[in-house]
Structures are given as structure tokens and as C-alpha cells.
Design a protein around this ligand. Structure first.
Ligand SMILES: Cc1cc2nc3c(=O)[nH]c(=O)nc-3n(C[C@H](O)[C@H](O)[C@H](O)COP(=O)(O)OP(=O)(O)OC[C@H]3O[C@@H](n4cnc5c(N)ncnc54)[C@H](O)[C@@H]3O)c2cc1C
Length: 504
């Protein structure tokens, strides 16, 4: 019998938790007020910021400052926005924020776009109350941002950091197109220890980066000030955004529906954090590998879209250390060390999503076993439709399809079985990334690329006893899952059926 439930839709009845949540939010706001009375007085750690140009100073002619928001789609607890505002205050000019929406993006579906657009709508509303001009632009930032720079006489552009190929290319394009004399400042507002500070090289695994990160937390795990109501108003108002029109113009797969348990935006993300701390955190250490228990934070969709700050979550979770020490420590290991290790991998390894990015031992062993007979071979379509002989795998795939999030433990099993049941490691990796990115709310993330690379190519892992197909890559099987958790209960919940297929 399952004792807990999968992520649920918000309860309508107020059982008192709403007022507790209100107090929780208020406490967070009080922490911001304590951090600094104003953004201009707050000393932002300069190691978080990289100047991408040879110009250091904001030019005298500046009439405004721009923050090009990409990975960090929020107003609160956002170092990029705070830095942009501090520059605007120093220069006594208006502050602009823009987001450049692409009609399609790395296989994202309407499930992802709706989550993102609703979050951006909240950002737009918050910017309006803070007297910050928000522009939702349609097209490529490398072309649109320079146009804004010209139109509003922008004297500096602040950008987010992401280690992934496409956003890195956006920034390269921007550098070419922004006029000389306008500095571009990049802020790592995603990682607690900025990626380039944590390490200047590709790390081998958690054990080699852990201390590099943890030893810098005193310096970087600091409190955020509030974004203030901006005192300088832009002469020209931004163009009104027609959110419906924007949505209908998207060129994306509309067959993957929204999920009901994950409401987008800062407030909904903070609610998930609040519920995690109050109800599930106590189980995190002991039950996080049990897919039938409700022990995870479920925060990854909000982290991925930047709707809430991971640093904020860590500050909040750490305040529960007196009650749940082991769980707080385990959560920090996952959300700081493992997550920042994933950014390190993608930043320093340009082959972060293909077999060439694997260690030599892993490439060799996968190659040695490439021709091994596979007992089962499934097509992408069969996998996508949960049509394998394994009811646990099918149930996990149904969870991914329906809820847009597969339990973290099962993600490993799921990806390793794709290696076992497809013709080659290359096809396995391509299929795992495709399915993960198509259905998972947190897809297209460094964590996802690394999760697939860990499962299929042994990244951040070691060699294990050699066996068919896997070679020395760590193996997982159904029996092992049965020893860890109640597989039958998980299967009963998601209804994965055994599909018979003749073995090859
Ligand atoms: C095959 C595979 C695919 C994955 N795809 C993704 C993905 O697309 N996006 C994604 O964010 N994560 C991915 N992960 C990593 C991990 O499974 C998820 O981060 C986690 O399940 C998200 O759920 P949660 O927020 O409830 O996690 P919790 O267990 O509550 O952890 C809190 C946070 O810690 C971080 N974290 C947890 N586990 C890991 C990990 N193993 N590596 C890096 N960071 C971690 C995440 O930011 C997570 O939100 C994948 C893992 C595997 C094995």
C-alpha cells in the first residue's frame, strides 16, 4: 500500500496552511530587508560578475541600463537583476528588463512554454509595480537586444549565465552586435558558488568538487536584498505584451499537455518549498530513493526556469537544520554539490550531451560491448508509448508522460534500461535525452544532460564489474529495485503493463 501521494493539485480548503505560508513569505521578505536597506548599499560579491567586454565603465551618455533575462526568470533573489538595478541607481537612470522569446527552442513543447510564459507574466507584473520596464520580445536576442540598446540609449547590458551551448552562442552573438563602449556584464545567478569560481577546470566527480564548493559557501551563501521600486522612470513605455497572441504564434509540439501539480511562478515555487520544508524534508534523507514515498522537494521545474532561486531555497532549508539535520545535509549535497557539478561538466566539456564527452575508460568499454547481443530492442516510439516487457519501466515512463517529472531514483533505472534495449550507446543517449527533454518539466538542463551521461556513459562514476552490453558502466536491474522499494505499489499507481515482445 502506498502511504503517500504523488504531487497533488493545490488544495482548495484553507486548513490554516495558507496563513502559515503567508508568514513564511513574510519571513523571507524580512530577511531581505535585514540584508540591506537598499540595493545601492548592498555589496554584491564582484566574483559573481564577469565583464565580457573590454569596456569597464558605463558610458557618460547612458540613459538606461538593461538586464537581458534568460535563465533566471524571476524578480526576487536574482543577482543579475540586483546588479542591473545597482548600476541603474549609480547612474541615476531607468532600468529595463527584456526576455527574447523564440518560437521554438531545443524541442520544448507547449507544456514547457505555458509554464514559462505564465512565469514571465508574473515577472512582467512585478516589474510594473517596481517601475521597471519589461519587454517581451519575439526573436533572437543577438538582434533584438542591440536594437533596444540603441532605442533606449542603454549604457550597459547585464546577462545571465548558462553553461549550455545555445545560450552561450546567444551571448557570443550579442558581443558581436552591441556597439563598442557598452559593457556586457555576465552574472552567475544560478549557482551559489559561481561556476567559474568553484573550479577553473572539468572536475572528475562529486568528490573532487565538493570541498571546492563547500569551502566557499561562507563567502557566497549570503542573503539577498529586495529589488526596490525604481526611482527613475523611462520616458517611453515598453510595448504592451499580448500574451495570447504570443502563445498562439509558437511553433511547438502542442500534443504534450500542461501538468496540473506544478503551477508556474515565484509564489507557487515558494509554496512548494514551504510544503517541502514542513512536510517532506523530514523524510528526505531516509526516503529519497523510494519512488513510492513523498520525500522529494519537487522543486526542479522552478529551478530550471529560474522562477525561484536555489540559493534562497538553501537558506530556507538550512534554517530547519535543528529539526532535520541529516535531511538538510543530504538536500544541500543534491541541490548544491551535485547540481553545481552538472554546470561544471557542461561548462568545461563541449561534448556534454554525446559519447565523445565520456571518459576514455567508458568510451572503450561501451565500444567493446557495442556488438553484444541485446535481449530486447525497442524503437523510440515503443519506449515513448511505454510498450516494453518491464512494467516498472513502463510505469516510470507513464509518470514522466503524465506528470512531467519522473522520480529521481527511477530516472537512473529508466536511462540504464534504454542503454540495455537500444542498438547502440549513441542511440540510447539520444533517446534518453529526447524523452527527458520532451516530457520532463525540468528538461534541457545541465542536470538532465549529466543525468543521462551518468546513467549511460558513466560520467562522474567509476567502472564496475564488466557485463554484457553495459561493459563497466554501472548496472541496475528490476530485482535490485524490488529490494529498495515496493515496485508493485509503484506499478499499481501508474498502471504500466507488461508488453510481450519476442526477445531477439
Ligand atoms: C537520466 C536522468 C535524467 C535527469 N534529468 C534531469 C533534468 O532534466 N533536469 C533536472 O533538473 N534534473 C535531472 N536529473 C537529476 C535529478 O534526477 C533531478 O534533479 C531530480 O529528480 C529533480 O527532482 P526534485 O527537484 O524533486 O529533486 P530533489 O531530490 O528534491 O533535489 C533537489 C534538487 O537537487 C538537484 N539534484 C537532485 N539530484 C540531482 C542529481 N542527480 N544531479 C544534479 N542535481 C540534482 C536538483 O536541482 C533538484 O531539484 C536527471 C537524472 C537522471 C539520472
Amino acid at each position: 500500500m502506498l502511504t503517500t501521494q504523488p504531487p497533488q493539485k493545490k488544495q482548495k480548503v484553507d486548513d490554516g496552511s495558507n496563513s502559515l505560508f503567508h508568514t513564511f513569505l513574510q519571513n523571507v521578505e524580512n530577511d531581505r530587508i535585514k540584508a540591506a536597506t537598499s540595493v545601492s548599499e548592498f555589496k554584491l560579491n564582484k566574483k559573481r560578475i564577469k565583464n565580457l567586454t573590454s569596456t569597464n565603465d558605463v558610458p557618460k551618455w547612458t540613459e538606461s541600463i538593461l538586464y537581458w533575462m534568460t535563465r533566471e526568470q524571476r524578480v526576487n533573489d536574482n543577482w543579475s537583476l540586483l546588479y542591473a538595478q545597482s548600476l541603474a541607481l549609480k547612474n541615476k537612470v531607468p532600468l529595463h528588463v527584456c526576455f527574447c522569446l523564440q518560437k521554438k527552442f531545443m524541442g520544448a513543447t507547449i507544456r514547457h512554454y505555458k509554464f514559462m510564459l505564465k512565469g514571465l507574466q508574473e515577472v512582467a507584473e512585478m516589474c510594473e509595480t517596481l517601475n521597471i520596464s519589461f519587454h517581451l520580445l519575439s526573436g533572437e536576442g543577438k538582434d533584438l537586444v542591440p536594437q533596444l540598446v540603441e532605442k533606449f540609449k542603454i549604457g550597459a547590458v547585464v546577462v545571465d549565465f548558462s553553461p549550455l551551448r545555445v545560450p552561450l552562442m546567444w551571448i557570443e552573438g550579442l558581443k558581436k552586435n552591441v556597439p563598442n563602449g557598452v559593457p556586457i556584464f555576465q552574472v552567475d545567478a544560478h549557482n551559489i558558488v559561481p561556476c567559474w569560481v568553484a573550479s577553473d577546470k572539468l572536475e572528475y566527480g562529486a568528490r573532487t568538487i565538493r570541498n571546492k564548493i563547500n569551502s566557499k559557501l561562507d563567502e557566497f551563501l549570503t542573503h539577498f536584498p529586495s529589488v526596490m521600486k525604481h526611482p527613475f522612470t523611462s520616458k517611453q513605455k515598453p510595448e504592451k505584451t499580448d500574451w495570447m497572441e504570443i502563445e498562439s504564434s509558437l511553433e511547438v509540439d502542442r500534443t504534450v499537455p500542461e501538468v496540473s501539480w506544478a503551477e508556474p511562478g515565484y509564489k507557487a515555487g515558494m509554496k512548494m518549498l514551504f510544503e517541502f520544508c514542513e512536510k517532506r524534508l523530514k523524510l528526505f534523507n531516509s526516503k529519497r530513493n523510494d519512488p513510492t514515498a513523498n520525500a522529494l522537494s519537487n522543486l526542479s521545474p522552478w529551478f530550471h526556469f529560474g522562477h525561484i532561486s536555489i540559493q534562497r531555497c538553501i537558506l530556507v532549508v538550512k534554517s530547519y537544520k535543528g529539526k532535520h539535520k541529516e535531511s538538510v545535509d543530504s538536500f544541500c549535497e543534491e541541490a548544491i554539490v551535485r547540481r553545481e557539478l552538472a554546470d561544471n561538466f557542461c561548462f568545461y566539456n563541449k561534448n556534454y550531451d554525446n559519447i565523445d564527452g565520456a571518459y576514455d575508460w567508458a568510451k572503450k568499454t561501451l565500444n567493446d560491448h557495442k556488438k553484444d547481443k541485446r535481449q530486447y530492442i525497442y524503437t523510440k516510439e515503443e519506449l515513448e508509448k511505454s510498450k516494453t516487457h518491464d512494467d516498472l519501466w513502463n510505469s516510470a515512463q507513464i509518470q514522466l508522460f503524465k506528470e512531467g517529472k519522473m522520480h529521481g531514483f527511477l530516472r537512473m533505472y529508466w536511462a540504464k534500461k534504454i542503454l540495455e534495449w537500444t542498438p547502440s550507446p549513441e542511440i540510447a543517449l539520444e533517446t534518453a535525452i529526447y524523452l527527458n527533454d520532451k516530457y520532463s518539466m525540468d528538461g534541457r538542463d545541465p542536470n538532465g544532460f549529466v543525468g543521462c551521461m551518468w546513467s549511460i556513459c558513466g560520467i562522474h562514476d567509476q567502472g564496475w564489474r564488466e557485463r554484457e552490453v553495459f561493459g563497466k558502466i554501472r548496472y541496475m536491474n528490476y530485482e535490485g529495485c524490488k529490494r529498495k522499494f515496493d515496485v508493485a505499489a509503484f506499478v499499481a499507481r501508474y498502471g504500466g503493463k507488461v508488453h510481450h515482445k519476442k526477445s531477439k
